[in-house]
Design a protein around this ligand. Structure first.
Ligand code: BDP
Length: 600
């Protein structure tokens, strides 16, 4: 899906700003009740999660439907255009109504969808947009919520008669099977896009490098009659190559390749013209491949220095904030990092566009987090998620396929691979084939494995890169780094035999900023530094460990619970992006590690 672009043939009207909003009280269940909305509506900001915008526990704890509405006056001068209403992300499921009529239902809270307004809403008229949003997570959503039982780190499991008896008094609530706050609402921008009625629908670009020469294969899908022209424009704005036709292969003379920062992340623009429409798609010429123990970018062995992140900030919740996106890129450079994983869902499109420009490498993750339900229930046989998971992968690849920054797909995070190993292997193995078949650039594919009995796990070893989250020294062998390193090495011996490259996609320790000790113990800043230093020294002895992604870039909000005081505190930075000691530690370490050839 193309990103909304303003150019000679297209215009975009932002619908961000204040919308009227109200929480359902359970009586309307996603249907539009105008009297109810009128009686209860308050103003709320879009884009942003609704949960932390009001000082009212009902917003924070809401379970179920909520309603947004605003008027849209479509300018009369757009009457000859194809008009599209685009929602960048509505979390998690929604129904869109225009002038009272249901025009779209969408499931999945982290990817864009569009509504063609032809026959629905015309130019020169005033219309009412209403969006009913459902924040419930369950065994049929991604991310996964528990249908019953406890939330992540909840404490309802106690085998205590009085606790059992009191459960009936529990409010209906979300029970996430994941460790980030279930922020919801119109988390990303809403826009009205106008383009010619005969238009460019999609552009697919596949770069390649052969004998030092750069090429780009392209295909353009269009609606209407006309011829396609593609001009390749360099950074100086000069056309350096061109082609005619809906698909083809273009040699780029004197091609500059896209390389991760601090090398040059050189970008070209493919200027596509068709009938009276045009579109500028930025792209980089780079290749990605896995060979033996190496992850090759442009044929050179790359070392991943970075983190798992979250889209999370005060007040906005998971709402997109461009200033945070820019600040985070700045901090990534400051830390000497070169990559991050979009744990645990696809991020806003602006972040990938920024990463392309700034040369930051991305492992692009779906929202499939928390597929598991203990040792009694096979989630792969009982959860109603397969079709939705495929839809999400299809939409993710369609959205992000042209980004040079995206070098690998992560199909999900920490599913059960231990209790039902055959089911897990079949599920993830078939999705692995599916993802490969969809990606025109055929990037490596993986999923991220949680700390469990790795000997039983049959799925992780089948991936292109083994990605593991391990908390030796924190959740296991807590505070004892000698024992932790010993255990880590036993496991690393196992993975070494498997023969694939390995990225430690999560490891970390909750750390309270300002809590200092001369004797490093858990939660202190000194412990966090010692923890990373000890573990990194073990990684340094292993050639097949091709990446270290501490958990997490910054502190982030979670559901309340006995393990979480003001959220998850494993950030190298605080939630407002101030460095803990460990950030300085990594800055020193990573600035000495080159992007290419480390350990080789
Ligand atoms: C891992 C999860 C991550 C959590 C982290 C933690 O992948 O989402 O936040 O543990 O517990 O299991 O800090």
């Amino acid at each position: 899906m193309l990103y909304p672009e303003v150019n000679a043939s297209r215009s975009v009207i932002s619908l961000d700003g204040l919308w009227r909003f109200c929480l359902d009280d359970g009586s309307n269940e996603g249907t539009i009740n105008n009297d109810f909305i009128k009686a209860n509506a308050e103003l709320i900001a879009v884009p942003a999660s609704y949960n932390d915008q009001k000082d009212d526990l009902r917003y924070r704890e809401h379970y179920g439907w909520a309603y947004y509405e605003r008027e849209l006056m479509i300018p009369a001068n757009l009457s000859d255009c194809r008009l599209v209403l685009r929602f960048d992300a509505v979390t998690h499921a929604c129904k869109v109504f225009i002038d009272g009529a249901l025009v779209k239902e969408h499931k999945g809270g982290f990817l864009p969808f569009e509504i063609d307004l032809d026959g629905i809403a015309g130019a020169g008229e005033r219309h009412l947009i209403q969006v009913a949003v459902d924040n419930r997570v369950s065994h049929s959503t991604l991310p996964v919520g528990n249908e019953e039982g406890t939330a992540f780190f909840g404490s309802d499991n106690a085998d205590v008669p009085s606790v059992e008896a009191a459960k009936v008094w529990r409010k209906k609530r979300n029970l996430p099977n994941f460790d980030f706050f279930n922020y919801a609402g119109l988390n990303r921008s809403v826009r009205l896009c106008a383009m010619p009625r005969e238009y460019i629908e999609d552009i697919t670009l596949v770069p390649s490098i052969e004998d030092g020469e750069g090429y780009v294969s392209y295909s353009v899908s269009t609606v209407g009659e006309g011829a396609v022209t593609v001009d390749i424009i360099d950074r100086e704005g000069c056309a350096v190559a061109s082609a005619q036709g809906a698909s083809g292969r273009i040699r780029i003379p004197g091609c500059h390749f896209w390389n991760p920062w601090p090398d040059d992340p050189y970008l070209y623009t493919a200027h596509v013209s068709f009938a009276s429409d045009c579109y500028d798609e930025r792209f980089g010429v780079r290749t990605v491949a896995v060979k033996g123990h190496d992850f090759l970018i442009n044929g050179k062995p790359f070392f991943f220095k970075g983190f798992g992140k979250h889209e999370d900030s005060a007040i906005h919740g998971r709402g997109f904030d461009l200033a945070y996106a820019v600040k985070d890129m700045s901090l990534i450079h400051w830390l000497g990092a070169n990559s991050f994983r979009t744990s645990h869902y696809p991020y806003a499109e602006e972040i990938y566009r920024l990463a392309d420009e700034e040369g930051v490498v991305i492992i692009d993750e779906t929202p499939a987090v928390g597929i598991g339900a203990g040792d009694k229930v096979d989630p792969y046989k009982t959860f109603d998620i397969r079709e939705h998971h495929e839809d999400v992968i299809r939409d993710l690849v369609a959205r992000d396929k042209n980004h040079p920054s995206v070098v690998m797909w992560s199909m999900g995070n920490e599913p059960d691979t231990e209790h039902f190993p055959e089911s897990a292997r079949d599920y993830w193995g078939s999705l692995y084939e599916f993802t490969h078949s969809l990606d025109p650039q055929d990037r490596p594919v993986t999923f991220v494995c949680c700390q469990n009995n790795y000997e039983k796990d049959l799925a992780t070893r089948e991936m292109d890169v083994v990605c593991i989250n391990r908390y030796y020294g924190w959740y296991n062998l807590s505070g004892d780094m000698d024992a932790a390193c010993h255990a880590l090495n036993i496991e690393l011996d196992f993975w070494q035999e498997v023969g694939k490259p390995l990225i430690m996609t999560e490891y970390g320790a909750d750390t309270l900023p300002g809590f200092h000790l001369t004797t490093p113990e858990m939660f202190s800043e000194e412990f966090q530094v010692m923890y990373y230093d000890r573990i990194n020294k073990e990684f340094d002895k292993r050639d097949f460990v091709i990446g270290e992604h501490p958990w997490n870039f910054a502190d982030f909000n979670t559901i309340q619970g006995v393990y979480r005081a003001d959220g998850n505190r494993k950030g190298l930075l605080t939630r407002d992006r101030r460095p803990k000691l460990a950030a300085h530690y990594f800055r020193e370490r990573w600035n000495k590690i080159a992007n290419f050839g480390y350990k080789r």
